[in-house]
Design a protein around this ligand. Sequence first.
Ligand code: SF4
Length: 364
Amino acid sequence: MSLLNQVDIGNEYRAAKAEVLAERIAIRKQELADDLLILCHHYQQDAVFAFAHETGDSLKLAKRAAESSSRRYIVFCGVHFMAESADILTSEGQVVILPDLTAGCSMADMATYEEVEGAWRELATLIDVEKMLPVTYVNSSARLKAFVGEHGGSVCTSSNAERVLTWGLERGEKVFFFPDEHLGRNSAHALGIPADEVVLWTRGEKLGGNTPEALSRAKVILWDGYCTVHMQFSVDQINTLRQEDPDVQVIVHPECRREVVQAADSYGSTEMIIKAVSQSPAGSSWAVGTEINLVKRLAQAFPEKNIRSVSPFECLCSTMYRIDPAHLLWALDNLAAGKVVNRITVDAATAKQAKKALDRMLMI
Ligand code: SF4
C-alpha cells in the first residue's frame, strides 16, 4: 500500500474554503445521482461523513458495495484495504475509488505477504503446516487474504474473530493469526485458551523469537502487528476516569491491549460499541476506547448522555483522515468529467483466492 502515490490535486482544491467544498460536493453528488455510491467508515471526519450514502465498519461497507450492483462508481471513504475488499466483492462493471491513495492502514502494512509467507516457510521446518490454519483480520492486503484463501483459512472481523478462531481450531491443530496481536490475544483469552498456548511471532527474529518447544505446544501463533490508534488507550486512563466518575461504563475496541480490555466493562467492534452506547438510558456515562471521530459523533448524537474518549488525547486515525473534502471533490469532479481517478483494483487471480477466504468467513 505504502508504494501508492497520490497525484497532487492542485491548489484549487487544497486552498478552497470548507463551505465551498461542501457546496460543490453536494452538487456533484446530485449530478452523479444513481451512478454513485459514497461509502464512509465510522472513523471518517464529519466533513466527509456528511456526504455518505452508507456508513459502517469495513465489512458492512464492502457488503453494501456488493449489494449495490446498479451503482457504477463506489467512492470509498475509508482506507486502502477496505477499498480492495469492496473491489473483490463487487461486480466487474463497478469501479471502486479511494479519494486519496495514501490513505492506508498502519496495521495492515505491518504484515506484508512476503513476511507472512517467509514465516510460514520457517514454521514448516518445525511443524506440520498442513495442520495449521491461517486467519487474517480483514485489516490486511488483498494479497495476504489470497494467501489465506490458498491455505484453507479465513478472514475475520472484530465482531466474529472468536467464532473464526474456534472454526480454525476445530479444523487444525493451530491457527496462525495476523496482523493484529491484540485482537488475536483477546479472542483466544475469551475462548479460554491458556496463555502458554498463545505465542507471539516477532518479525525479524529467528522462529519469531520462540523456542521450538513453545511453537510445538502453541494453539495460536499471533503476528506482532497493532493499531497505532487503539494502542494509545491505557489502564491508567481507565483508573483515572473511574476515580473521577464511579458510574462511568468503559467500553473499548478489541484492538486494544489485553490489560485495557480486562480493565474495561465491555469490549466489541465499532458496530457493537455504537449499539451499546445508543441503547443505553439517558443520563448514562460512557468512556469509549476507539477512534476519536466516532466518539465525538456519538457524543453529538446523544447529548443526554455523558460520552467521552477513554484518552484525554485525540486518538485519530491519521491515515483515514487523509480522505478529506478536497480529495473527495477532486475524485467526483473527475467522474463528472468522465474520468476515473484513483481506481483500486485487485487482479483476478488474487481476487479469486482472497474471495475464498472472505466467503469462508461469511459461511462461518
Ligand atoms: S484505526 Fe487502526 S486499524 Fe483502523 S484503519 Fe486506522 S490504523 Fe488501521
